[in-house]
Design a protein around this ligand. Structure first.
Ligand code: ZN
Length: 472
């Protein structure tokens, strides 16, 4: 679908040939270039060589004849034009007048990418290492001793392995908290995913707190990585640490990502020592607000739920991890009745043990129905909104199937038995789907096409080597 007539320009995808209509889009770049030349003195020829002019990246793409979802209905035969990392247009019979990269969408459904609202991506390297234990013995006896041996290079490959899995599950963005955040951010960027990234902060390693603000400064303004703060939990950070975290967050306008009220022991401990629940305690430190992603929130009183709602804090539920570690079941129906913005995360792959938000949606909906003794609790449409719209709201992401939204998309192959008969597609996505993500696009770039991810074999091999070395 590429022609070789028109104006040749150098883009990051090599030489592209533009028709007249596309040339106008270059006007701004050209004007800047001419202004740069105008500043030169006539005899300053060498300065021309020193002008650092980046290649023009038009990043044009057209997805043809794809189905999209609109208010739960399947609309077939739509075209999606992507320009500079955003959805420029959705319509019928859009022409690839600029000889864009064309993706055949026939038989596929385009959905906005999913956001994994809580994970420790490098822990993908520890998958299957310690199963069938409760949270505290699991952490103390197995996870923390192994984590003490992790190197920066292990983090890099663990993150890459996790990115592969995210790409295969149609996840285009994730919210992470772990060690060596610079290595994690660089590996994520290399894989082409979007991430909200924090280095973990806790009192056992006081230097992590002082490293948090320089990390934020290094990554602020990046096109894919949004730096955040990740105090591990209220029981692993002192009051002083949490106050400093809040100061850094306020100063840099960043989100805070924390584990909260995960186990009954944690809540009992706070009630006993501080006379407050962990939620009330964080509120007393001024940490509850719309910039907070409070993860787990399994053991909440009704007052906690309404306090989280009043302060507009986001709650990230990780049902599978909570069930596997027998931490309990979060009161999601009560939280949603109180109008808390509830989102979904997988947690790390060592407590889940995969990174599938499709599985998370199904298990969460089914568990909530049982917790509230009614199949009417958590419909497929409701959990779909939790996994998509609520996540976008929590992280301020302009995502969805509309013009101007980020071109972070997944194409799902509908020609699979679990999508037939094609009745209620959202029900199929939530309750039936066991695979079929065909293509994943982030920021207008294809990361997986028809199931192929460049470099996957090397990542799998290196992950295996690193796991064996870590556990030897
Ligand atoms: Zn976690």
């Amino acid at each position: 679908m590429r022609c070789t007539t028109g104006l040749p320009v150098l883009s990051s995808r090599g030489v592209q040939y533009l028709k007249t209509s596309a040339v106008g889009r270059l006007a701004t770049s050209a004007r800047l270039l001419i202004q740069g030349l105008g500043d030169l003195k006539p005899d300053d020829h060498h300065a021309l060589d020193n002008l650092n002019i980046p290649p023009v990246d038009l990043n044009l793409m057209l997805i043809k004849n794809v189905s999209i979802l609109q208010s739960s209905a399947l609309l077939p035969g739509r075209d999606i034009l992507i320009e500079n990392g955003k959805i420029a247009k959705i319509g019928r019979d859009l022409q690839d007048e600029n000889d864009d990269e064309v993706i055949d969408g026939r038989g596929k459904l385009a959905i906005p990418g999913l956001v994994n609202c809580h994970t420790h991506l490098a822990m993908t390297l520890l998958r299957g290492y310690a199963d069938d234990m409760e949270l505290m013995p699991w952490l103390r006896e197995k996870i923390w001793p192994l984590e003490a041996r992790l190197t920066e290079e292990d983090i890099r490959w663990g993150v890459k392995l996790g990115c592969l899995e995210h790409i295969r599950f149609g996840i285009t963005c994730f919210n992470d908290m772990y060690y060596f955040p610079d290595a994690a951010a660089a590996a994520t960027k290399e894989m082409g995913l979007r991430a909200f990234m924090a280095g973990v902060v806790f009192d056992m390693k006081p230097e992590f707190l002082s490293q948090a603000e320089p990390f934020i400064r290094r990554w602020k303004g990046d096109d894919l990585i949004v730096p955040t703060l990740g105090p591990h939990a209220a029981y692993t950070c002192s009051e002083e640490t949490l106050q400093k975290v809040k100061e850094v967050a306020d100063r840099n306008d960043t989100m805070i990502h924390i584990h909260l009220s995960e186990t009954r022991e944690e809540v009992d401990g706070f009630l006993l020592t501080k006379g407050k629940s962990p939620v009330e305690y964080l509120d007393s430190l001024g940490l509850l607000n719309e910039r907070l992603a409070a993860v787990h929130c399994v053991w909440l009183s009704e007052e906690d739920c309404y306090l989280l709602a009043e302060k507009k804090a986001n709650v990230v539920d990780c049902t599978v991890s909570n069930l596997k570690l027998t931490s309990g079941i979060a009161p999601l129906n009560t939280l949603m009745k109180a109008q808390v913005n509830v989102c979904l995360g997988t947690d790390g792959a060592s407590s889940n043990n995969n990174l599938s938000l499709f599985e998370e949606m199904k298990v969460t909906a089914i568990v909530q129905k049982n917790a509230y003794h009614t199949p009417e609790a958590f419909s497929a449409e409701q959990i779909w909104r939790v996994a998509t719209e609520n996540a976008y709201r929590a992280f301020g992401l302009n995502m969805g199937m509309h013009e101007g939204a980020l071109a972070d998309l997944a194409l799902i192959d509908l020609q699979r038995p679990w999508f037939y008969p094609q009745t209620n597609i959202i029900s199929h996505l939530v309750y039936s789907m066991t695979g079929g993500v065909d293509t994943t696009i982030v920021n207008g770039k294809v990361l997986m096409r028809e199931g192929f991810i460049p470099g996957e074999a090397e990542i799998l091999e290196e992950a295996q080597k690193r796991f064996l070395h870590l556990t030897s």
